[in-house]
Design a protein around this ligand. Structure first.
Ligand code: VG1
Ligand code: CO
Length: 542
């Protein structure tokens, strides 16, 4: 039976950088999930009888919301929903399923790298038929619908058994429960030379892959240990848990510190990698060398031909604005296009669809390619393994040689988390007001050349996205970028990104924070971080 339920709008259902993210208790309010899911469907046209892909990162409340989405999709006239077994699909796997089986779109349940649990974070995101996060046009329409909603449609379908692979009919709609790993593993096998990777592990190469108790556990086990023959034990924390074992499933030097320390220890593995809650981020560590995500993009671009899926070369590279310009130098040398987009993977979709770029990356541990329309953690790990296998060199050698060829972009991001929203907004407002007066001034010995608020003109559809971050550029190519996070769920997070280019190889061994000390000080002088927020130091440095 299909019911129409009267409801009232919530005023806070505006999707952020990557979908709607809130604390679990917010989602648990009566009608909250139903309103948002109905608003998604209300913003779309022509899905009658078509297929929806559905899955999540397995965090707390995942199963409940899967059941709700199934019931609302049935009532709204979808013909079929393909759902990952146990309600599980990593974000890149979901993107692949949407593309491979030509679905109308997909709903991904995740708050990515944010903690999970009854009092922690949850999220809902809509991806379009290209497999990528809905563009702003759609997310704006969803928000508009959510502010005007008066009813939703839901079918009484009872609980669908999510644990049994197979097909069932509910309220005139087909639900197919699929193996969440199989299609993704096949895709990886089509891009990389698995024989070469098997040989690498056979030769005694040792790695550790930390899934941080999040969604990539089963993917890592199947691909690395089962298919590539990496020793059992290569995959750590591989059992997805609803609360990620109480940790932040965020692969960086703070939250994956143990992995980093293990790889750095002389008796530890040669190579370490980690992924986040929903499997789209990656961290790469070699012995004696942490690879910054910005460098990772550049190095993958420079070595792309070493993987069979990219043997013909790449058409171009795109990076988010705050990401370092390391990839730009590679694109220039290769003679391919290079694009700078706002933060968030949704801005890469048009460039990928138009064939303008093959590789994309963000400083926030996100790397990906045209194989799907999301960033892809395990893909990046396999790419690094492929490069190591083909070159027969260590990660450290690969990175230092890259710097010697292209120069090094020293890079760091400082996050000030859970700042009171009014204080963060005041900081950005004051900063915006002084932009015009900055060029020509001196700060800590640096001359400001240009200062602006980044706006993006999409070269494919002509759309414009404004206020995407304040950039202060200095003579010599250094810069500082300021923006507020669009994924946080409490207070505001100020992100400050610093970058300095160094061409001279004899100066490539400096500690990053030291190399950027003048820029770090200049950022505070310019934006008054300390005086506005009362914070003497960032909460997270990556
Ligand atoms: C952050 C990152 C951004 C990334 C986004 C989603 O956004 O900075 O680069 O695309 O998270 O990543 P923000 O607005 O908080 O800076 V994920 O792995 O959460 O899907
Ligand atoms: Co993520």
């Amino acid at each position: 039976m299909i019911r129409t339920v009267a409801t009232k709008p919530f005023d806070d259902q505006k999707p952020g950088t990557s979908g709607l993210r809130k604390k679990v208790p917010v989602f648990q309010q009566p009608h909250y999930v139903e309103n948002f899911v109905q608003s998604i469907f209300d913003a779309l046209d022509g899905f009658e009888g078509k297929m929806l892909v559905l899955g999540g990162d397995g965090r707390f409340y995942n199963r409940e919301v899967i059941q709700k989405v199934l019931a609302i999709a049935a009532a709204n006239g979808f013909g079929k929903v393909m759902v990952g077994q146990g309600g599980i699909l990593s974000t890149p796997a979901a993107s692949n399923i949407i593309r491979k089986y030509k679905a109308f779109g997909g709903i991904i349940l995740s708050a990515s790298h944010n903690p999970g649990g009854p009092k922690e974070d949850f999220g809902i995101k809509y991806n379009a038929e290209n497999g990528g996060p809905a563009p702003e046009k759609i997310t704006d329409a969803i928000f508009a619908k959510s502010k005007a909603i008066s009813q939703y449609r839901i079918a009484d379908i009872g609980a669908v058994d999510l644990d049994k692979v197979g097909t069932v009919e509910v309220a005139g709609m087909t639900v197919e429960v699929i193996d969440p790993v199989k299609d993704y593993a096949e895709l990886m096998e089509s891009l990389f030379d698995f024989d070469a990777l098997r040989a690498l592990f056979k030769s005694g190469f040792r790695m550790a892959f930390d899934s941080m108790h999040a969604v990539t556990g089963p993917y890592g086990k199947e691909i690395l240990e089962n298919r590539l023959g990496a020793p059992v034990g290569t995959c750590r924390n591989f059992k997805p848990l609803p609360d990620f074992g109480g940790h932040h499933p965020d692969p960086n030097l703070v939250h994956a510190k143990k992995l980093y320390d293990d790889v750095m220890s002389p008796s530890g593995p040669d190579f370490g990698a980690a992924s986040d809650g929903d499997g789209d981020r990656n961290m790469i560590v070699g012995k004696g060398m942490f690879v910054t995500p910005s460098d990772s993009l550049a190095i993958i671009a420079a070595n792309a031909k070493l993987a069979p899926g990219y043997a013909k070369g790449i058409s171009g590279v795109a990076r988010s604005m705050p990401t370092s310009a390391a990839a730009d130098r590679v694109a220039e040398k290769l003679g391919v296009g290079c694009y700078e987009t706002p933060t968030g993977w949704k801005f890469f979709g048009n460039l990928l669809d138009a064939g303008k770029v093959t590789l994309c990356g963000e400083e926030s541990f996100g790397t990906g390619s045209s194989h799907v329309r999301e960033k892809d953690g395990l893909w990046a790990v396999l790419f690094w393994l492929a490069i190591v296998a083909a070159r027969g060199e260590s990660v450290k050698d690969i990175v230092t040689k890259h710097w010697a060829t292209y120069g090094r972009n020293y890079y760091s991001r400082h996050d000030y988390e859970e700042v009171e929203s009014e204080k963060a907004n005041a900081l950005m407002k004051d900063l915006g007001a002084k932009l015009d007066s900055l060029p020509g001034t001196q700060v800590r010995g640096l001359t400001v050349e240009k200062a602006d608020d980044f706006s993006y003109h999409d070269p494919v559809d002509g759309s414009v996205s404004e206020h995407q971050g304040v950039r202060v550029m200095f003579a010599g190519g250094s810069r500082v970028v300021f923006r507020l996070s669009g994924t946080g769920t409490s207070g505001a997070t100020l992100r400050v990104y610093m970058e300095r280019y160094e061409a001279d190889p004899s100066k490539h061994g400096i500690d990053t924070q030291e190399a950027l000390a003048d820029l770090i000080a200049a950022a505070d002088d310019i934006a008054g971080i300390h005086s506005h927020t009362g914070r003497a130091a960032p909460s997270v440095i990556t």
